[in-house]
Design a protein around this ligand. Structure first.
Ligand code: ATP
Ligand code: MG
Length: 363
């Protein structure tokens, strides 16, 4: 049988730096575990704009649709701030998500014991924390029409539209309930049904999907602002959180700080299953291109490495190998390996991106 294909889009800023460590790990799995992938590399974001004048070339889009999974680094940077909206690096990412129809974004927030002290919360609030935020990714205010800056009377008005159809809510709710069944059978849905029509529909549809097909899963509803508060007050009350595109963006960054650093957080974006049952999928670290530390060897590669672990688990049915990789990360952290972003106030000497890759490979 042919090897599964992995399309690597390293992107901009620290994207190529952290992806370099992942490439070494992919090679390791090929050599030591006989787990071989056909790896292809292509451009996205500012890197694609520099080469082709567009943040995502049509050929790259076609390759992404063909690949068994896409691994993405990060896009964007100050160099591209003045570009027209349609040419911005982020548009490349949004196009990938949209055309691959990756409607369900899985963002785990898991606290490694060795980093519990480093959380923005008290260690006892986060020790053992393991929550999964499921963020709707292809609709909502990021895509709703009308959008734009319009003339209105003698001034301009900036407009975005929050819009959800029943089917969009239905499918992301299902993915959250399916996930909950593989975890602890508990889902909390977040919206703002008190002030938003889309929130009223969201709550109604999630409840209906639950009552009809997932009555065994414990479901609660929460306003997203309260959810943000609860996340920093008592995060362990949650298991799976399902929410819309914008609230999910904010809540998952908030959850990020519970676990220590943005540099630790992987994500998966899944679409509908293909004919072979494998969902279209893209894996990427939650963090951005981090222009402030680009090119200095300071970036923490763990978020990107754990994203590859998620690919092993969700796209390739190698949960055991994913666990192997996650255990290696856990071990090096327990042994005290720290990139600069993981240094506590007591200080110490951080290791570089490549050195972190080295110790994880050794483990
Ligand atoms: P974007 O708009 O692309 O999401 P952002 O403004 O949210 O970008 P990030 O690029 O994610 O910002 O960076 C936020 C902060 O976190 C920066 O100070 C950055 O240096 C730090 N950071 C992000 N990723 C990492 C990483 N992998 N290792 C170390 N520090 C990181
Ligand atoms: Mg961001």
């Amino acid at each position: 049988m042919a090897n599964p294909t992995l399309l690597i889009l390293a992107g901009d800023g620290i994207g190529p730096e952290v992806m370099n460590e992942v490439t070494r790990i992919i090679d390791w799995f090929g050599e030591k575990r006989d787990l071989k992938f056909d790896v292809e590399h292509d451009l996205v974001g500012g890197a694609a704009y520099d080469a082709h004048g567009t943040p995502l070339h049509d050929d790259t889009m076609a390759r992404a649709l063909e690949a068994d999974a896409v691994l993405l680094g990060a896009v964007g940077g100050p160099k591209y701030d003045d570009l027209d909206f349609s040419l911005k690096p982020e548009r490349g990412l949004l196009r990938l998500r949209k055309e691959m129809d990756l409607f369900s974004n899985l963002r785990p927030a898991q606290c490694f014991d060795a980093l519990a002290d480093f959380s923005s919360l008290k260690p006892e609030l986060v020790a053992g924390l393991d929550i999964m935020i499921v963020r709707e990714l292809t609709s909502g205010v990021y895509f709703g029409e009308p959008r734009g800056i319009f003339e209105e009377g003698n001034e301009r008005v900036g407009v975005n539209t929050q819009r959800y159809t029943e089917s969009e809510i239905d499918r992301v709710a299902r993915s959250a309930f399916e996930l909950a069944r593989k975890r602890n059978n508990k889902v909390c849905s977040m919206e703002k049904a008190n002030v938003m029509e889309s929130g009223i529909l969201w709550r109604e549809v999630v409840q209906k999907v639950h009552d009809e097909d997932y009555p065994d899963v414990e479901l609660s509803h929460m306003y997203a602002d309260n959810g943000a508060m609860q996340l920093v007050r008592a995060p362990k009350q949650f298991d799976v959180i399902v929410t819309d595109n914008l609230f999910g963006d904010i809540l998952s960054d908030c959850a990020a700080m519970l676990t220590g650093s943005l540099g630790m957080l992987p994500s998966a974006s899944l679409g509908a299953p293909n004919a072979d049952g494998r969902p279209k999928a893209m894996y990427e670290p939650v963090h951005g291109s981090a222009p402030d530390i680009t090119g200095q060897g300071k970036a923490n590669p763990i978020a990107c490495i754990l994203s590859f672990a998620m690919a092993l688990r969700y796209s390739f049915d190698h949960g055991d190998e994913a666990t192997r990789l996650e255990k290696a990360v856990e071990k090096v952290l327990a042994d005290g390996a720290r990139t600069a972003d993981l240094m506590g106030p007591e200080g110490g000497t951080p290791i570089s991106t490549t050195e972190m890759g080295d110790v994880i490979l050794a483990a």
